[in-house]
Ligand binder design. Structure first.
Ligand code: C5P
Length: 229
């Protein structure tokens, strides 16, 4: 299974989620479960997705003291998810504790960092006390994530080139903000097409509404795969 497309399952309940998932093939895509779906449906739904053969990215963005984040990552590993993430701003000790917890698990998900949320502007970040260009802080946190043993980070497709160059080609970059040519950008501001994001060096593309809001999600997924070549 080597699909680079991760479908964001931003649904409110299990019935609508499985209605989509049961049309999909694990060879064509992976699946992302975020906070809303997880809080509503819990680990039982994640189990069902894994039992159907899908790789699951558990997108819960853990951020807490090292001991608590380590325990949460261990629990995610025990669930059998393929990828899990933590906030890089939780610091080196927190990320190292997450890495160690995963190393000790029999199943070892990829461990990914979140740098600066793309919803934050320079002004929003300054208000929290960080008077710095967001792009500089993204690079700093990505480097810290790499130094702390993480496998990669989530970033905008526009940041992929510089991160691959400065941190290394093997550092995994997971990119939302992807829109097929001609589709609605919605609330995403800084976008690339799937083919552009892959040729920039993205390892995995997180795509939600262009697939989930399509009248024919399976065809939308296949069109994206064909567009990527
Ligand atoms: O529907 P859309 O393709 O915009 O969905 C993108 C997914 O990626 C959503 O689940 C969103 O929460 C997530 N995401 C994002 N931007 C980030 C981090 C995560 O859009 N910086």
């Amino acid at each position: 299974m080597n699909s680079k497309i991760i479908i964001a399952l931003d649904y409110k309940d299990e019935i609508s989620t499985l209605a989509l998932v049961d049309q999909l093939e694990p060879s064509l895509c992976r699946l992302k479960v975020g906070k809303e779906l997880f809080v509503r449906c819990g680990s039982g739904l994640v189990d069902k997705l894994i039992q159907r053969g899908f790789d699951v990215f558990l997108d819960l963005k853990f951020h807490d003291i090292p001991n608590t984040v380590a325990g949460a990552c261990q629990a995610a590993a025990d669930m059998g998810v393929w990828m899990v993430n933590v906030h890089a701003s939780g610091g080196r000790k927190m990320m190292q504790a997450a890495r160690e917890a995963i190393e000790q698990s029999s199943h070892q998900p990829l461990l990914i960092g979140v740098t600066i949320l793309t919803s934050l502007s320079r002004g929003d970040i300054a208000e929290t006390g960080l008077d710095i260009e967001p792009a500089d802080q993204v690079l700093r946190l990505a480097q810290l994530a790499s130094d702390s043993g993480l496998d990669g980070v989530v970033c905008s497709p526009l940041e992929v080139g510089v991160l691959k160059q400065k941190i290394g080609q093997e550092f995994i970059l997971v990119t939302p903000g992807v829109r097929p040519a001609g589709s609605d950008a919605g609330d995403q501001q800084r976008i690339m097409t799937p083919a552009q994001a892959l040729s920039a060096g993205s390892d995995y593309l997180v795509i939600g509404r262009p697939i989930t809001a399509s009248p024919n999600p399976v065809q939308a997924l296949k069109d994206i795969i064909n567009e990527c070549g």
